[in-house]
Design a protein around this ligand. Structure first.
Ligand code: ASP
Length: 433
């Protein structure tokens, strides 16, 4: 039993959906397809999900979603027409959806309709059974999956003679209203379904031939990783590698279901296998994430009082600042966070409040940082971390901090944003070429 998830680029047009059909028909064990909303057909195109969020924004500002929803409707009708499907039932569904969007059904409902329509159309084209995620996937308020989901899905997919299409990205909340996962969340749906049915394999079909040991847009000769562990892939995506959603490992964490990242446009490529454990003694990859700011603060005996760390973090949370990396000293702390998460006025207000409430001697925010992560299970047994550090030094690339040990499978280097590409290139050269 194979559960297949097809991402936005794999279902972006009728010609892509024809490839999907071929892939599914090639192997009778591919019995469940999880689909995303149509993505970009080319680099200037718009993703359906982005358009739907725009519709919701229009309604929230008191306007009609009509001008933007028109583009959504045209896209789906064109796909249906080119696949030779009857457009009438789709038109009816589209009318109903637009009515509900304009009536203020909210962001989650609106965004979810991309996946809903995609699955609706693809199920008709394949003549497979349509299963609505709304009825069986329960998403808790913190975005994780309610365990009741697994029994429900098991029942839904019980008939082993049938083949099914289910939309990705959404389910319902504990309040029974439609709720989405975070962006890119169809990967999570794929994992949830794979676990529920006890799949032998979860194939994740996308537009690249697997996970690369470094971003191929930055390191031209980087190669596809043939095997990587659950733990390593989570680390790599946390450092910015974007092929597989970082939250999509959790549902299958305690199973032994392998995930195979495959390319819809090159189905002959083997792709990357994400496995629970691996005997391989190779470094997995290196990735870099930029766009970070740094908040540093200091006060003599700052951490003497109990609960200070917690209180500081709560204050950051109140201002919407979520640290992606922390460094604690005896009287000081440094946090790195995404620059786009807070504007200048918010940061000013936050710094003032922190300074007053914690009687800080110093507080300072600056931007232009990046973090590079080197990932590999055997990092501890090898000298890779030291070699990377030495090479960065030799190339005159300044590191703001280095960390080795927190997760056992990764090492972290703090860099200046402008050095991030060069740092990636030289570390790749040192350790992977
Ligand atoms: N369509 C959603 C998004 O663009 C979810 C997904 O594609 O996985 O984020």
């Amino acid at each position: 039993m194979i559960v297949c998830k097809f991402g936005g680029s794999s279902v972006a047009s009728s010609s892509q959906i024809i490839k999907v059909k071929k892939i599914l028909e090639d192997n009778p064990n591919r019995r469940i397809a999880v689909v995303s909303a149509p993505g970009k057909r080319d680099k200037d195109d718009e993703k359906i999900t982005d358009l739907l969020y725009k519709c919701n924004a229009l309604v929230r500002n008191g306007s009609s979603s009509k001008p933007v929803f028109k583009k959504v409707a045209e896209r789906f009708l064109q796909i249906a027409y080119e696949l030779g499907l009857d457009q009438k039932p789709i038109e009816l569904v589209l009318d109903d959806i637009r009515y509900k969007i304009d009536a203020g059904s909210g962001a989650d409902y609106t965004a979810s309709r991309g996946e809903y329509l995609s699955a609706f159309i693809i199920s008709q084209y394949l003549k497979w059974e349509f299963v609505d995620a709304e009825d069986s996937i329960i998403i808790k308020s913190d975005g994780t999956v309610n365990p009741l989901t697994y029994d429900r899905l098991k029942m839904v997919f019980e008939d082993r003679r049938k083949r099914y299409v289910i939309p990705g990205f959404y389910g319902c909340g504990d309040d029974r209203m439609i709720k989405t996962f975070t962006r890119g969340g169809s990967d999570i749906t794929g994992s949830v379904v794979a676990r529920a049915v006890g799949a032998d394999l979860y194939e994740n079909w996308t537009d690249v031939s697997g996970i690369f040991s470094a971003d191929p847009r930055l390191v031209k000769d980087s190669t596809v990783i043939d095997e990587i562990t659950y733990k390593e892939v989570r680390e790599l995506s946390d450092y910015g590698a974007s092929v597989f959603h970082e939250e999509a490992i959790a549902p299958i964490q305690n199973t032994d279901i392998p995930i195979n990242i495959r390319n819809t446009n090159k189905p002959e490529d083997k792709g990357t296998m994400i496995v629970p454990y691996s005997e391989k003694k190779k470094l997995a990859g290196v990735s870099v994430k930029g766009g970070l700011s740094r908040l540093s603060l200091r006060r003599l005996m700052l951490f003497k009082g109990q609960g200070t760390r917690h209180a500081l973090l709560t204050m950051l949370h109140i201002f919407g600042v979520r640290p992606v990396y922390s460094l604690y000293g005896i009287d000081s702390v440094v946090w790195f966070f995404e620059s786009k998460s807070a504007g200048e006025s918010v940061l000013d207000a936050m710094c003032q409040r922190l300074k007053d409430e914690f009687m800080l001697d110093e507080i300072h925010v600056d931007s232009g940082y990046a973090i590079m992560g080197l990932v590999g299970t055997n990092l501890y047994e090898s000298d890779s971390y030291l070699r990377a550090a030495e090479r960065l030094k030799k190339e005159n690339i300044k590191t703001y901090f280095m960390n080795y040990g927190a997760s056992q499978v990764s090492a972290t280097f703090g860099l200046k944003e402008e050095d991030k590409e060069k740092a990636l290139e030289v570390v790749y050269d040192e350790l992977f070429r």
